[in-house]
Design a protein around this ligand. Structure first.
Ligand code: OMP
Length: 294
């Protein structure tokens, strides 16, 4: 397999390959689309599905040519029921039309048989909610997520598996240890094992230099800290930049693997709207900061 080979049957390069291509052109920044009621109000919009649509599609229209990855927050679309989901479908289409990648932040995770349903909704070709990648929650077990790993690999999509989340109380669960390893480290290692399983056999003579399609989420608020990412070769989604207090410069200091990082900011960028030029300035400044990540 070469670095440009499509996945079997999809005609689409792998998520790792597509991420490398778009971040190479646009810089390594993910902008979260989090339509909070307070932001809709600041933007002078009604807190209803029509306000949601103007807000979310307005973000993509303003900065869609500058941003490598958009991460719509499903919860803040779901709160408007089917009308909100319909807006989310249109936002995902807008992101694709803008040449950016979408990470749908839905943090799904359930027992395997139910997970297969989520995989069909978010990771199969033809699904209206299919994004380029999906955030998933491994705390029912990594095996339970298997349908999502399988569907993502088959369709050239990615997953971001929650490892060490940005909220202050995440340590109680995620830093618990078993057999000398933290739960968060176990997640990282298990995700890497699934990336390794997709690598061509080293003896086969075919090469793939691309990142694995399966990433992890590590909050920028505490950084890499106790995690060992030295053997990890997926993308590391790092939320917490901006409103939660982390800066891109902090990430350069707090992580030993800056080349893997995909920093993400939602409210920090969105507060610069609704003026499109304000949003463009905010994005341009953050993208420039990401240059320190190499
Ligand atoms: O998976 C995520 O994106 C995520 C993981 C995490 O550990 N912390 C975290 O804040 N997030 C999400 O990232 C976004 C952060 O938004 P801001 O704090 O406004 O930048 C929200 O949509 C969160 O749900």
């Amino acid at each position: 397999m070469t670095s440009t080979d499509p996945r079997p049957g999809t005609g689409r390069p792998s998520y790792g390959e597509r991420l490398a291509a778009v971040t190479g052109r646009r810089g390594r920044l993910c902008v979260g689309i989090d339509p909070h009621p307070g932001l809709l109000s600041t933007w002078g919009l009604a807190d209803d599905a029509s306000g949601l649509e103007v807000f979310a599609r307005g973000v993509v229209s303003a900065v869609g040519d500058l941003v490598a990855v958009f991460k719509p927050q499903s919860a803040l679309f779901e709160r408007f029921g089917s009308a909100g989901i319909a807006v989310l479908e249109r936002v995902l289409a807008d992101v694709a039309a803008a040449g950016a990648l979408s990470v749908l932040d839905a943090k799904r995770g359930d027992i395997g048989s139910t997970m297969a349903g989520y995989a069909r909704a978010y990771l199969d070709d033809g699904g209206p909610l299919a994004a380029d990648a999906l955030t998933v929650n491994p705390y029912l077990g990594l095996e339970a997520l298997e349908p999502a790993f399988t569907a993502a690999a088959a369709s050239g999509r990615g997953l971001y598996v929650l490892a060490r989340t940005s909220n202050p109380d995440s340590a109680q669960l995620q830093l618990a240890t078993r057999d000398g390893r933290t739960v968060a480290q176990t997640v990282v290692d298990e995700v890497q094992a699934r990336n390794d399983a997709l690598r061509p056999d080293p003896g086969s003579g075919v090469e793939s230099g691309a990142a694995g399609p399966f990433g992890v989420v590590v909050g920028g608020t505490h950084g890499q800290a106790e995690l060992d990412l030295s053997a990890f070769d997926g993308s590391v989604l790092v939320p917490g930049v901006g409103a939660q207090g982390a800066t891109v410069a902090d990430l350069a200091e707090r992580f030993s693997v800056p080349r893997l990082l995909l920093p993400s900011s939602s409210r920090g960028v969105l507060a610069a709207g609704p003026d499109p030029s304000g949003l463009r300035q905010a994005v341009t400044a953050l993208v420039a900061e990401t240059a320190v990540l190499g």
